[in-house]
Design a protein around this ligand. Structure first.
Ligand code: AMP
Ligand code: MN
Ligand code: MN
Ligand code: MN
Length: 278
């Protein structure tokens, strides 16, 4: 059987639409053989995913996607093969969860300034026990007809510079990397081209990330173009980082992104899974 890796996706433990069980089953149907569940700032979905993975014969890598700050910019660090019980990681996650709740209250306040009421109650309800993310606010704005697409919710309200954006001091990148590494995991820079950094800032970030103990970079994501794969692969080579592949799947309603539907890693890039304990 062909090995099919997908090392980045989300469940209802954060802003994904599928429960961990539904997600693992869908991954199985799509032919994925190794899956990492990487919810935003939480490991709450991992036990259920691990349990379901056994019944569909998927190798489930415990993962997380940590929100970190680098140079006043939010970046995402994926941790692969982490130990979800590792105390410093758990403590760090607790702090991030508090930040998320405080931020949600501020976002709702800013929406109220724009005469949009009821957001906080709504996102708390839709997130349930999971992390509240901007995706929940975008869904609220869409379902209450304040916007006509999720993208418009980000473009008009939730992105940096827009009226309901709340700048947040996430965890220092150095701390995020060390919680992951010290728990036995591999730290991977998620979707490197989404931060819109200049090439020189990107190089500085990658040099620092590597220095901190970062070992991987996502070279192939769910919506990467061939050009983007080439650019990311060049960063992987220049900074001697292993390449990861992850769809960043959130919702089956998005026709552009599917679990396991990923281009292969380009020739010459060391696969990040070679670093994972088997
Ligand atoms: P948060 O971590 O709470 O700031 O939420 C970030 C999440 O919002 C990301 O993981 C994406 O799932 C989603 N997101 C961010 N920007 C966009 C966008 N422009 N369109 C759709 N979803 C987005
Ligand atoms: Mn997300
Ligand atoms: Mn991300
Ligand atoms: Mn993600």
């Amino acid at each position: 059987m062909n090995a099919v890796f997908d090392l980045h996706c989300h469940s209802t433990a954060s802003d994904g639409a599928l429960t961990p069980t539904e997600l693992v089953h869908r991954a199985g149907e799509q032919g994925v053989t190794t899956l990492s569940l990487t919810d935003h700032d939480t490991t709450a979905g991992l036990a259920e995913a691990q349990h379901s993975a056994k019944s569909v014969d998927i190798d489930l890598i415990p993962g997380i996607e940590l929100s970190a700050s680098w140079n006043h910019q939010c970046i995402h660090i994926v941790g692969l093969d982490i130990d979800p019980q590792f105390p410093p990681l758990c403590k760090g996650i607790d702090a991030l969860q508090s930040l998320r709740i405080e931020r949600a209250e501020k976002i709702a306040g800013k929406l109220e300034n724009k005469k949009i009421t009821g957001a906080l109650e709504s996102v708390k309800r839709s997130a349930g026990k999971g992390m509240i993310t901007r995706t929940h606010f975008a869904e609220f704005l869409l379902s209450h007809n304040h916007v006509s697409t999720l993208q418009e919710a980000f473009d008009r309200y939730l992105s940096r510079g827009k009226p309901a954006f709340v700048s947040t001091d996430w965890t220092a990148t150095e701390d995020a990397v060390s919680w992951i590494r010290d728990s036995g995991g591999v730290a991977v820079l998620a979707h490197p081209l989404r931060y819109k950094l200049t090439a020189s800032k990107m190089k500085r970030m990658l040099a620092e990330f590597k220095e901190m103990g970062g070992q991987g970079i996502e070279v192939v994501t769910g919506r990467s173009t061939p050009d983007e794969i080439r650019v990311s692969a060049n960063y992987a080579k220049s900074f001697e980082l292993s390449g990861s592949v992850g769809s960043d799947f959130h919702n089956p309603k998005n026709p552009w992104v599917e679990l396991g539907r990923l281009a292969p890693l380009p020739f010459g890039i060391s696969p990040v899974w070679e670093l994972l304990a088997s």
